[in-house]
Ligand binder design. Structure first.
Ligand SMILES: [Zn+2]
Length: 198
C-alpha cells in the first residue's frame, strides 16, 4: 500500500474558539482541512496537533460522543444544548447520568426521550401532510416531498399533465395546505382543471 494512512489532528481556533478533529495524512493537510471546516483562513488556525486517541475513527462516519468525553472534550446536549462535561454534576452535586447515543450525548434519559419524541412528532406531522395533500389533489404527480424532522414547514412539489414547471404545496405549521402554481403554468393549469371538470 503506497497510500499514507489517515491520522487524526486536533485543529483549533484558540482556547476560546471552535475546535474540530479532522483526518489527514499530514499536519499541513490537517490544518487546511480543519480551517475549512471551521471557516478559517490558513493563518487563522491557532494550532493543529496530533490526536492519536482519535486515529481509530479514521474512515468512520463519526467519532462517538463518549470518546470525546473520555479525551477531555466537552459537548452540547443534543436536545437542550446544555454544555456537558464528562464529570458533569447536577445542581445538588450529584454526578449526572449522561446518556450516549453514537455521536450524540444527552444530559440524561429524559433529554434523549424528549428529543426522540420531538422527532417522532415532526415525522408524524410530515406523514399527515403527505396524506392530506394526496387526498386533496390525487390527480397530481408529486415529485418531491420535503417533510418531517427537523422541518417546521412541510412542503412538496408537483407536476400535472400539460404543465411545464408545476407547483408546490406548503403547510407553514398551522395544518392548512397552501397550493401554489408557477405563474408560467397558470394557463396550462386552468386548461387542465377545465378538462377535469368537463
Ligand atoms: Zn439536555
Amino acid at each position: 500500500m503506497s497510500e499514507k494512512p489517515l491520522k487524526a489532528y486536533h485543529v483549533g481556533e484558540g482556547s476560546e474558539g471552535e475546535h474540530v478533529i479532522v483526518f489527514a495524512t499530514s499536519g499541513a493537510a490537517g490544518r487546511r482541512q480543519g480551517g475549512n471546516e471551521l471557516n478559517l483562513e490558513f493563518e487563522e488556525v491557532q494550532f493543529c496537533r496530533r490526536a492519536p486517541w482519535a486515529d481509530e475513527f479514521a474512515g468512520q462516519r463519526f467519532i462517538p460522543a463518549k470518546a470525546y468525553h473520555d479525551n477531555g472534550w466537552w459537548l452540547f446536549c443534543n436536545h437542550c444544548e446544555t454544555r456537558l462535561y464528562e464529570d458533569a454534576e447536577d445542581d445538588d452535586g450529584n454526578c449526572r447520568e449522561l446518556v450516549y447515543d453514537g455521536q450524540h450525548a444527552y444530559c440524561d434519559q429524559g433529554c434523549k426521550d424528549t428529543h426522540e419524541q420531538d422527532i417522532a412528532n415532526a415525522n408524524a406531522k410530515g406523514e399527515a401532510f403527505k396524506a392530506k395533500a394526496l387526498q386533496e389533489r390525487p390527480y397530481l404527480t408529486f415529485t418531491k416531498w420535503s417533510i418531517g424532522w427537523p422541518r417546521i414547514t412541510q412542503s412538496a412539489e408537483y407536476t400535472f399533465p400539460g404543465g411545464k414547471y408545476g407547483g408546490s404545496v406548503r403547510d407553514e405549521g398551522d395544518g392548512q395546505l397552501n397550493w401554489y402554481i408557477a405563474q408560467a403554468d397558470q394557463e396550462a393549469w386552468n386548461a387542465f382543471r377545465a378538462q377535469q371538470a368537463a
